[in-house]
Ligand binder design. Structure first.
Ligand SMILES: C[S@@+](CC[C@H](N)C(=O)[O-])C[C@H]1O[C@@H](n2cnc3c(N)ncnc32)[C@H](O)[C@@H]1O
Length: 304
């Protein structure tokens, strides 16, 4: 294998706030036993989380494996600093955050009872190397789990739900969807350089099998945030957050030189304006907004 590439800084492309708000709805306290079961985690385990971001999942896991511990690593220093500060502020115990590269984990073989990652593997250019490392640092018989989102634009399962958006009727809605479709079409032709095209998220379980994970099972971790969903009383804030995330993505793509030819400058400006207009319209017509997501949780046992 050639030189291992360092990934770029994730906090430059997705804000802490956007990660935190999008995860808040997915990790509800009452669902914890189910997710821990899917991950193969039980109380007392020493767990490693790879690609932990700003600490969106580690405290949720730590509370479930108590008196066990969670060691959470990420390449992005800013995320780790934020996660550490938050743990201190909120009094989380049983978590250790560390800046580390998933491709070269700074741990001895078999040190952990389990290694997990939530949307931290599918974005890597060398997912195999990261999974190999997770397998290496977990003891034989321990748990290995990778969860990846297969949602919205990337998901085949939610095509029907995607079509709902076409019912929107604010001024410019038609043009918004036309520009958005063109953008997504262009992104699909030439992705942002995330992930390995040979191993899309939904196929990573095959990679896990090749790297020595046995007894593999797949579960779905889904959520729907709809108008009549009492789990999310702060819907207006959420609608605004979704809009803000969309703006973030569009601005990111626009600032990358490889994308400058997708649209003319005035079309980019129009798309940004329409996203803002749509967001305001959604706040006034909340019945039309929804967020549906599905993650697949691929988990098994260290079988080497
Ligand atoms: C989509 S974010 C997910 C973050 C977190 N798991 C969550 O769901 O909120 C992907 C994370 O992988 C991290 N990452 C990217 N390359 C990495 C590497 N080589 N080693 C460790 N972490 C990496 C990024 O910094 C980022 O925090």
């Amino acid at each position: 294998m050639g030189e291992l590439i360092m990934e770029f800084s994730w906090s430059a492309i997705q804000s802490i706030q956007s990660l935190e708000t999008s995860r808040a709805g997915r990790f509800q306290p009452e669902w914890r036993p189910i997710l821990l079961g899917y991950f193969g985690l039980t109380p007392g385990m020493r767990v490693l989380e790879v690609g932990c971001g700003p600490g969106t999942l580690a405290p949720y896991l730590a509370a479930g494996v108590n008196p066990g511990t969670v060691t959470a690593v990420d390449l992005d220093k800013e995320f780790i600093q934020y996660a550490e500060d938050k743990a201190h502020r909120e009094g989380h115990t049983g978590i250790r955050y560390l800046v580390a590269n998933a491709y070269h984990l700074p741990f001895a073989d078999g040190l952990f009872d389990a290694a997990v990652s939530y949307t931290g593997i599918g974005i890597l250019q060398q997912p195999r190397q990261a999974i190999r490392e997770m397998v290496r640092v977990v003891r034989p018989g321990g748990s290995i789990a990778v969860a990846e989102a297969v949602t919205g634009q990337t998901g085949i399962l939610f095509k029907g739900v995607d079509a709902l958006g076409r019912q929107e009727s604010y001024p410019g809605a038609h043009q918004y969807w036309e520009l958005k479709d063109r953008l997504h079409h262009a992104l699909a032709q030439k992705p942002l350089g995330l992930g390995d095209p040979d191993w899309p998220p939904e196929a990573i379980w095959g990679l896990m099998a090749e790297e020595g994970v046995i007894n593999l099972r797949i579960n779905a971790w889904g959520y729907v945030d709809a108008d009549d969903d009492s789990r999310h009383p702060s819907r207006m804030a959420r609608i605004r957050d979704n809009g803000a995330r969309e703006l973030e993505l569009v601005r990111l793509v626009r600032s990358d030189p490889q994308w400058k030819n997708i649209f003319q400058v005035k079309e980019w400006d129009e798309l940004v304006r329409l996203i803002e207009a749509r967001q305001n319209w959604l706040v006034d017509h909340a019945a039309f907004d929804w967020e549906a997501g599905l993650s697949i949780v691929m988990a098994g046992t260290q079988g080497l």
